[in-house]
Design a binder for this molecule. Structure first.
Ligand code: SF4
Ligand code: SF4
Length: 378
């Protein structure tokens, strides 16, 4: 199977600014063609951690929400709460962060809805029968939407090497407890020094694996624990530490399985737009953004999430390095796998496993438009 990815570079003219280029890319790829009247359309993005300015600019999202409305759909911008305790850990902080970063109704023309609710407890178990998971915990608003358009900022990531459409869908649409299970096959432990005996973990444990011991503090019975991560996600004082210990291939494959859980119930109702702009070494979860490793390279759109990520990687790997970036200082060969050079991670596990699951194909035809020199590359 060979998919088609539409690509335009960053060259602009009066009638070809980045807003017009976004519209054209989305239209050519048929991103909104599947949307029917009154469809609820989740537009999945990353609102950026405060202090990070590399996320996709809100006016570009406005183009997509306008296109959805032209089809009669009802768009909303969405992301799920984080596992770590930054400024997107609950819906209140998350929405305030989105507003601070410019994602207001006035700017983007759609409401912001945090996909897994106030505290990350709203999710649906979706059966996938994967290598790692039989079911995955997909945020309710994403699952209940009729259609999803993933708008992804392509950048580096310390665990994945890079983040694109698959990471945006997989890690980005999982509940916080799901995120914990993607990060680690853990058996959590309570730190009695930090435990305030609130009982929240007991309330959320599905296996009754937690009991009260001395001073009413919590204790986890390892024999009963299934490693679901709920207690880690809901402890209000981090007395059950997040386990970040991970296997490079496993986290990527697990994330691909979560991405599969997002799109499996929405066959033919999905679309993917990747912005290869501000290609920072680190994720938008970081409250900073270092110098990009390559210049702004363009916009890619497809109905295949594997192809759009593979094409984005190819374009980045073919581009010259920015000399004063973290990569410029490493003296890597011009054709080096740039994200592997930055993070020492193999970026291929997530794409291979996504392909294995039947989500798409790494083989693609790149159709260019509105370039300095248009060409078709196989
Ligand atoms: S990981 Fe899940 S099963 Fe284990 S103690 Fe925590 S909530 Fe209970
Ligand atoms: S949720 Fe945290 S603080 Fe509350 S009882 Fe459980 S471990 Fe202790």
């Amino acid at each position: 199977m060979t998919s088609t990815v539409y690509y335009t570079d960053m060259t602009t003219k009066a009638d070809r600014n980045l807003l017009e280029k976004t519209r054209k890319a989305a239209k050519k790829a048929g991103i909104t063609a599947c949307i029917e009247k009154n469809d609820l359309v989740a537009i999945k993005l990353h609102f950026g951690e405060p202090g990070n300015l590399a996320f996709t600019p809100p006016p570009l999202l406005r183009v997509i929400t306008d296109m959805v409305r032209e089809r009669g759909g009802k768009p909303f911008l969405t992301d799920a709460n984080t596992l770590y305790r930054g400024k997107r850990r609950n819906a209140v902080d998350h929405i305030e962060t989105a507003i601070k970063n410019g994602f207001t109704y006035e700017t983007v023309g759609a409401p912001v809805i945090i996909a897994d609710g106030l505290i990350g407890a709203d999710y649906v178990n979706v059966e996938i029968g994967g290598k790692h998971f039989d079911t995955v915990k997909i945020s309710s608003a994403v699952h209940q939407a009729d259609s999803i358009i993933a708008v992804s900022h392509v950048k580096g990531h310390e665990l994945f090497g890079f983040g694109g459409a698959l990471k945006n869908l997989g890690m980005g649409c999982g509940s916080p407890s799901g995120k914990q299970t993607m990060h680690s096959d853990m058996v959590p432990k309570v730190d009695p020094e930090k435990c305030i005996a609130c009982g929240t973990c007991i309330k959320y444990c599905p296996e009754d694996a937690i009991s009260r011991v001395e001073n009413n503090k919590a204790f986890i019975n390892e024999e009963l624990c299934i490693g679901c991560g709920e207690c880690v996600a809901f402890c209000p004082v981090e007395a059950i530490p997040i386990n970040w210990k991970t296997d490079e291939a496993a986290i990527q494959e697990k994330t691909a399985e979560y991405a599969y859980g997002v799109i499996k119930p929405k066959q033919g109702k999905t679309g993917f737009i990747n912005y290869v702009m501000n290609v920072t070494p680190d994720c938008d979860c970081a409250p900073w953004n270092d110098i990009p490793i390559v210049s702004n390279l363009g916009i890619l759109a497809s109905t295949d999430p594997i192809s759009v990520d593979q094409a984005s990687l190819d374009i980045i790997n073919q581009a010259p390095v920015i000399s004063n970036s973290v990569l410029g200082k490493k003296n890597e060969p011009a054709d080096a796998d740039k994200f592997r050079a930055v993070h020492k991670k193999n970026t291929g596990y997530i794409l291979d496993h996504g392909e294995f699951l039947g989500m798409g194909s790494r083989k693609h035809e790149l159709k260019t438009f509105w370039m300095k020199q248009s060409k078709t590359v196989k």
